[in-house]
Each structure stands twice: as structure tokens, then as C-alpha cells.
Design a protein around this ligand. Sequence first.
Ligand SMILES: [Zn+2]
Length: 443
Amino acid sequence: MSLTKTPLLLLGISLLCSPLSFANAPAADSGPTKAPARPKNIVIMIGDGMGPAYTSAYRYYKDNPDTEEVEQTVFDRLLVGMASTYPASVSGYVTDSAAAATALATGVKTYNGAVSVDTQKQPLPTVLEKAKALGLSTGIAVSSQINHATPAAFLAHNDSRKNYDAIALSYLQTNTDVFLGGGQKYFPPELLAQFTAKGYQHITRIEELASIQQPKVLGLFAEVQLPWAIDEQNDKKLSTLTQKALSLLSQNEQGFVLLVEGSLIDWAGHNNDVATAMAEINEFSNAIEVVEQFVRQHPDTLMVITADHSTGGLSIGADSNYNWEPKILRNILASPDTLALAAISGEAWQADLARGLGFELSAQELNQLTPARSEGAEAMASAIRQIIDKRSNTGWTTSGHTGTDVQVFATGPAAELFIGHQDNTDIANKIFSLLPKSKKPKS
Ligand SMILES: [Zn+2]
């Protein structure tokens, strides 16, 4: 590049940046609540598997068909950049959740399956550990089991994500203030006793959250992962956990770092289940709105949202008809998993299934479903998903992950750091750079 082009380039960058900076910066005359350059609190939010096709699909899924315009979503409003997700070269270009979360938590690329250890299996310090060492409070609120790959990479070090019991045990030493999610299965009574001996309040029902007034808390609300959001549409579990985590962590004058994960977007993607995925993104966006509200009230808080990778190769449109019909998705009352279970055992299964799906089944569709039903719940769920795909014209290319870049969303102090293209490791390194330089003496 010739030097003479530099001023133009700079001008281009500043023009590009300015609308975003205006959108994210508080008004100059906001007085005592004026946001500092360095945030006091940081909320990291990960939509597992939530690649760009998912947030686009979600926009049309949420579109009000009675208006000409397509309404903006929280993702459209907060978008600032993109991130590449490839793991360490030994694992090629397509990451798993463990390597991606390690990159986001430590700023270092590693092999697929690694939980915050490098390619030599040496432990890597994470942003949550660093924050804790500096006197900040830390927490996680997730819809998977709390020791699943993504949250694990922020708190544990293990050469395999599959070592669930060892990861759960290692959480004892982390001093994390707030653990909220699923995973009762991995916390046997002896381990729970060790947590309570350390001062943790242990709860298993969401309603018990109201009785928790201060950290520390170990809230495990499901055997493994939380139920699908589509199966309990009024519960808003992830956003409730997020709200509680914010209120507990913000009691620390030094600040906090919170990880929120919409874990099950990815699980729905692996199942190629678009209806369930849309409901999971919807609940993740509810959680984002909870954090957005907190940022408005606490302008010293930065929120950064991204995905670890995309899943399933979701395609908005699956043939040459150039259409996608999210309308049918909005009417589905339960997940294909739940509908299949009911259809396997129910007498009047055809009518019940039609009611759950919100449309009458054609003779051809019934012909597909009848043999699947005799094969069992899994085959039945798969047949239901295929009918939903056909009707909505949704496509998929894989039951695994894809190597596409993912979006980055941010608001609050230093949100400008995340503008433009970056690598997933850069996101962690930027967050590290925003942590206090040293521990403040207790006043
Ligand atoms: Zn996955």
C-alpha cells in the first residue's frame, strides 16, 4: 500500500467507527454516571453454535408479518464485528466448543476437546481466574450442565472435555461466586458437602433463587441440561438465572466478570432442529436484554456477545423457490423431541401431533410418520423435524459444526475494541487488557 492512501484509509475507518461509537457511548453530559474507558464489570455472553445464519433466521422468525418492515432484533442492534473461530492447526479449521471456549477464555488456540490447556496440555490462565485473583467476583449462568465444555474452559483445566467428574471436582478450588445451570448428575452428595463446607448455598429449584441474597451459590436446576426453552415457554430460565447472577455479583464494589451461555442453541443445531433452535435463541436474546438493561443502569458495565462456532450448516431456504416460512415455526407448541414422545404413546397421536405442530398433516406426511413411530421416539422426532424443514424450507448440511466466522456484539465502555474483524483469541486478549492492572486494597 502506498503511503498517500493512508489518510483516506484512516478517514474511512473513523467514518465506519463513528456511528457505532455514538451508539455505544453514553451522552457526554451524563454527569456522574458517565462511563469510564475501562469497565468495572464485564459480561461475556456466548450463543453456542449461534452462527450468522441463526441470527438472520431469528430476525425473520421474530418478524411481525403485519408490517411491511422487518423489525430489528437485539443482534442487529448490538452487532460490531466478526471473529474467526479456527482451532490450533493440529485440529484443522473447524473448531469444537472446548477449543473455541479456550480461545475465548484464555486467548490461546488449542486442539479440539481441550479445556483451557494448550497443545502441550499445559494449563492456561483464564479471564475468570485472572478476575478472581484481582479481587473481582466471578460467575457463570448457562443452560447446559455447568461443567460442559464452554463454561468449563473459563474455570477448569483438563486435557479432555469428557472428564466431567474431574471438571466438576476442580470447580471447588475456583472460588467462583455464582454457579447457575444444570448438572446435578455430576455433583454427588460428597462433592456437594464439600461445596457447602466452603460456604456455598446449594439449590435445585429456580424458585429457591429468591431466597439467595448473597454469594456464594451453587444452583443446579436439572440432572444434565435445562429443558428446551420451547417446551416451557413461560419459564424464561436462562434470563432468570442471568438476572440473579447480575444482582449477586454486583454486590462486589470491585466489579465482576460473568459468563452467560445459551448452550442449547448448539444442541438443537446438532439435531438439525430449527424450531427448537429458534426458541433457544429467543431465550438467549431475553438474557441479552436483561444484561442490556443492567448496562443501561450501570454504565460502567461492558457486555460482549459472540458465538463459539456455527452448528449444522443451517440454511435459510433449501431449494430454488427462494422462500423461507418461519410462520410455521412460530406456531409449534413443543419440541419435536417432546411431540415424538407423546406421539409414541398416545392413542389419538395424529390429532395431538397436528395440534402441537399447528398444522394439519397431509396424507404424505402421515405416511412418513407412521413407520417412524413404530421405530421409536428418536426416529419419530427425526421424521417430525424433516416435515418442519420441508414446510419451512429450512436446510442443513451437517450434524456437526462448520468453520464459518461468527458475529461479535458489544455495548458499554470499550465496546469499540471489538469493532471489525478479529480472531476469537483477540476477544479474550481484549478482555484481559480491560481487567484492573492490580488488586485494589480493600477499603
Ligand atoms: Zn456443538
